[in-house]
Design a protein around this ligand. Structure first.
Ligand SMILES: [Mg+2]
Length: 310
C-alpha cells in the first residue's frame, strides 16, 4: 500500500532517495529550514462523504502549505501518515492519494516518505519542510503603528461548512462557491513569499482558526494590542448573499487559509495587492495598549476569543 502512495510521483533533484527505504535522503538545503505538521481527522476536520477524496488529499497538504506561506517560505518536501479504518476502500485511498500527489506537484513539493496504520477513524497527517525566503515572517514581530491587512475574503469556508452541515441554506451559485472554499482551500504561497520581501518585514500568520483568534495569537506573541474596524473585513459576494450583515462567520470562522499581516507601509491597498498578486484589505492597526478594540462590536473583557466562536 505504501508503494501505491508514492507510485508515479516524480521527485526533484533535492531528493536523493525517496520513499522505499527506512528514511528518505535529502540534499543539504541552501537556506534555513521551516518544518510544520498538521492533521485532518475524520469527525473533527471533515465528515466522510463531504466532498471528493481527491479534495481531502489536497486539503491535507494545503493546510500545511498555508503555514509555510505564513512564514514567507517555499515548501519543498513532505512525509505523510495515513490512518485508515478497515471500512475504507482501496479506491477511496487511491483517489485521496491522487489528489494529494496532484497538489504536491502543483506546489513543487516532493512526497519523500509515508506510513500507513490502521485506526478506528480516518486521519491524514503531513509533515512539511520548506526553505525560508529572503526574510522570515514571525507572529511576534507586530509593532505599534503597523497597519493590519488580510488577503482575500473571510468567513467563506465557515459558511461552506454550515451549508454542508445543513445549518444554513444558500442559492446554488453561492453554495458552490462557499462549499468549494471549505473543501478546496488554496494556500497563499506566492503572496507569502512576496510579502516576505517587504521592508520592514511584516509580522504574519495564516487564518486557520478565525480572524479574531489568529489576530489574538499575533497580539499575544508581539505583546501589543489592536484597533480593528470590523466593517472593513472583506466579504465575498456569496457571503453577503447568504449571511447578509452577520459578520460572525468572517470574524470567528476558521479554515479560510488567508494571510493576516502587520506592517508599517506607505503603500496603498491597491499597490500592495498588485505587488502580492492577491487582493489585500486594511482592517485595523496595531497599538501599544493591550487588548482588541473593535469599532462597533463590544468585546466584554471577560469573553475570550474562543467563547466567541460558540
Ligand atoms: Mg498557522
Amino acid at each position: 500500500m505504501i508503494a501505491r502512495l508514492s507510485a508515479g510521483h516524480r521527485l526533484s533533484r533535492r531528493t536523493i532517495l525517496g520513499p522505499g527505504d527506512d528514511c528518505a535522503i535529502l540534499r543539504p538545503a541552501r537556506s534555513s529550514q521551516l518544518l510544520t505538521i498538521d492533521s485532518l481527522v475524520e469527525g473533527v476536520h471533515f465528515k466522510a462523504g463531504w466532498g471528493r477524496p481527491e479534495q481531502l488529499g489536497a486539503r491535507a497538504l494545503a493546510v500545511n502549505l498555508s503555514d509555510v506561506a505564513a512564514m514567507g517560505g517555499t515548501p519543498t518536501a513532505c512525509v505523510v501518515n495515513l490512518a485508515i479504518p478497515r471500512t475504507a476502500t482501496m479506491p477511496f485511498v487511491d483517489r485521496l492519494n491522487r489528489g494529494l500527489r496532484r497538489a504536491a506537484r502543483g506546489a513543487g513539493v516532493d512526497i519523500v516518505g509515508g506510513n500507513i496504520t490502521s485506526a478506528r477513524e480516518f486521519a491524514i497527517t503531513i509533515a512539511l519542510l520548506g526553505d525560508v525566503g529572503v526574510q522570515v515572517m514571525r507572529r511576534d514581530a507586530a509593532r505599534p503603528g503597523d497597519d493590519i491587512f488580510v488577503t482575500g475574503t473571510l468567513g467563506d469556508a465557515a459558511l461552506g461548512w454550515r451549508i454542508l452541515a445543513n445549518k444554513v441554506r444558500a442559492p446554488a451559485r453561492a453554495r458552490a462557491f462557499l462549499v468549494n472554499r471549505y473543501l478546496s482551500p488554496s494556500a497563499r504561497i506566492e503572496a507569502g513569499a512576496r510579502l516576505a520581501r517587504l521592508k520592514p518585514v511584516p509580522a504574519a500568520i495564516d487564518i486557520s482558526d478565525g480572524l479574531l483568534q489568529d489576530l489574538s495569537h499575533v497580539l499575544d506573541s508581539s505583546r501589543v494590542g489592536a484597533n480593528l474596524d470590523e466593517t472593513k473585513v472583506p466579504l465575498s459576494t456569496a457571503y453577503r448573499e447568504v449571511a447578509r450583515d452577520d459578520l460572525s462567520h468572517a470574524l470567528t470562522g476558521g479554515e479560510d487559509y488567508e494571510l493576516l499581516f502587520c506592517v508599517r507601509t506607505s503603500l496603498s491597498e491597491r499597490e500592495l495587492s498588485r505587488r502580492l498578486g492577491a487582493q489585500v484589505t486594511r482592517i485595523g492597526s496595531i497599538r501599544r495598549r493591550h487588548g482588541l478594540q473593535m469599532a462597533h462590536i463590544k468585546l466584554p473583557a471577560s469573553v475570550g476569543y474562543d467563547q466567541l466562536r460558540g
